[in-house]
Design a protein around this ligand. Structure first.
Ligand SMILES: Cc1cc2nc3c(=O)[nH]c(=O)nc-3n(C[C@H](O)[C@H](O)[C@H](O)COP(=O)(O)OP(=O)(O)OC[C@H]3O[C@@H](n4cnc5c(N)ncnc54)[C@H](O)[C@@H]3O)c2cc1C
Length: 412
């Protein structure tokens, strides 16, 4: 097999994978119909969320979800015509709420999350991008004084796996983040969580470094993958046909389609999230805040405050519904009543969500030269470099640094 690798997708996962493949000595081509980071990777909340050990599907989910779907202000929305297609995914999602499974999934997430900073460090240093990472910690805000007690289960899930945290009362939480209003009555501070102050620029910086090291970046959309017995020989794009040595699928929420081209049905939903950028705010939040009650995040980005939130289950290429962004903004006006500011821009992007809250990482069982690197849900920015390092080692044929069984494509 030649030493060439094609990576489909120039999001954070694709670019980190490409950089790690270069470090392994491969000649790498990244193919993307958009610019680097212009999928979900550029518009997210920026958190390097090493405390996000609890999976999305938790005991009690079957009771909570229907209630949320009936509340027009709730952060969870389904475009109803999608429901028939989504039901099998939801059935798997709910099965993963069994306590034993939750613990196993939490362990598997923790194994990736404990490697996040170590995997990013060489890429950030080499690309000169360390200044984009802020080490402020992160605040989880509650609107009930007993919020942390009510969330004992998920807090303990983190603490028992080594996540440091401080429980704060109302006065302490508002002292730590003065932008919070009186509705904030308790909090949990995660001192070791870091964030990226401009995720789009991070991916663009990685892409520029990749090219300066000899990597090729093709602005083309992949429309087909030619398969032969046990492997793939070429990709078809909007510009023509490219023979491939090895192929990495890192196309985020669009990966399901590409996986199907090589014969795999990967269960993946693509819930949209939205962001609003506020400029000229009256106060500047000091650190990223996540509201537990409202499921929105407020992040002090470079030159603006970014409000992110909403999980809207829709088809991956469906048009945005900007009312969703307004719902999130409305929540922020209550959480941080003095924030002020004007809306500079809005954005929508899709998360690639598997029903077991674990990414798909590893060699395809039936196609020896195809590798999967997608399905990171709400943690793709966090896990991008870890996934890149794992995939590059797998492509190079080296033993993985951790057991990849929980993330393997063949698990579904
Ligand atoms: C509102 C919101 C907030 C979030 N906050 C966080 C956070 O704080 N921390 C965190 O870690 N994660 C967060 N996430 C999740 C994170 O953004 C994603 O998990 C991550 O961006 C996925 O990266 P990716 O590289 O897999 O996919 P993407 O960034 O979506 O990139 C996929 C790329 O593949 C390309 N592509 C697709 N199909 C083709 C094709 N056929 N041919 C060529 N190219 C193709 C696309 O153009 C795109 O550029 C958030 C997501 C949302 C929506």
């Amino acid at each position: 097999m030649s030493d060439t690798v094609h990576v489909i997708g120039a999001g954070i996962v694709g670019m980190c994978t490409a950089l790690y493949l270069q470090r392994e000595g491969f000649e790498v081509t990244v193919v993307d119909g958009r610019g680097p980071g212009e999928g979900a990777s550029g518009g997210n909340a920026g958190s390097l969320g090493i405390a996000s050990i609890p999976p999305a599907s938790l005991p009690g989910v079957i009771r909570r979800v229907p209630r949320m779907l009936l509340d027009p202000q709730a952060p969870l929305i389904i475009r109803w015509r999608e429901l028939p297609r989504l039901l099998p995914w939801f059935a798997r999602f709910v099965r993963n709420a069994a306590p034993g499974r939750v613990e196993r999934i939490a362990d598997a997430r923790a194994r990736l999350l404990e490697r996040v900073f170590d995997a990013y460090a060489p890429l950030l240093a080499d690309a000169g991008a360390e200044n984009l990472v802020r080490r402020t910690g992160k605040l989880l805000a509650f609107e009930h004084a007993d919020g942390p007690a009510r969330n004992r289960y998920t807090l303990e899930m983190r603490r028992s796996r080594g996540v440091r945290m401080e429980i704060l009362d109302g006065a302490e939480v508002r002292r730590m983040e003065p932008a919070l209003g009186p509705v904030a009555r308790a909090g949990v501070y995660f001192p070791d969580v870091q964030y990226v102050a401009d995720p789009l620029r991070l991916v663009q910086t990685f892409a520029a470094r990749f090219q300066s090291l000899g990597g090729r970046l093709l602005n083309e959309t992949v429309t087909g993958i030619e398969t032969a017995a046990g492997g793939t020989g070429a990709i078809l794009t909007t510009a023509g046909r490219h023979p491939v040595g090895r192929l990495v699928l890192a196309a985020g929420p669009w990966s399901r389609r590409l996986a199907r081209m090589v014969g795999y049905r990967v269960p993946m939903a693509t819930p949209f999230g939205y962001h609003t950028m506020l400029v000229d705010t009256e106060v500047q939040p000091r650190l990223p805040v996540m509201s537990d009650d409202r499921s929105i995040a407020v992040t002090p980005m470079e030159g603006a405050v970014r409000i992110t939130g909403i999980a809207e289950f829709a088809a991956v290429d469906a048009p945005p519904d900007w009312r969703r962004a307004d719902i999130a903004l409305g929540h922020v006006r209550i959480l941080m009543p003095d924030l002020g500011g004007t809306v500079a821009s809005r954005w929508q992007g899709a998360r690639p969500s598997t029903p077991d809250s674990l990414p798909v990482i590893g060699r395809s069982p039936r196609m020896a030269n195809v590798f999967f690197a997608f399905g990171h849900d709400s943690l793709g920015l966090t896990m991008g470099a870890v996934t890149g390092r794992l995939i590059a080692a797998e492509v190079a044929g080296r033993a993985p640094e951790i057991d990849l069984t929980p993330y393997r494509p063949g698990r579904f």
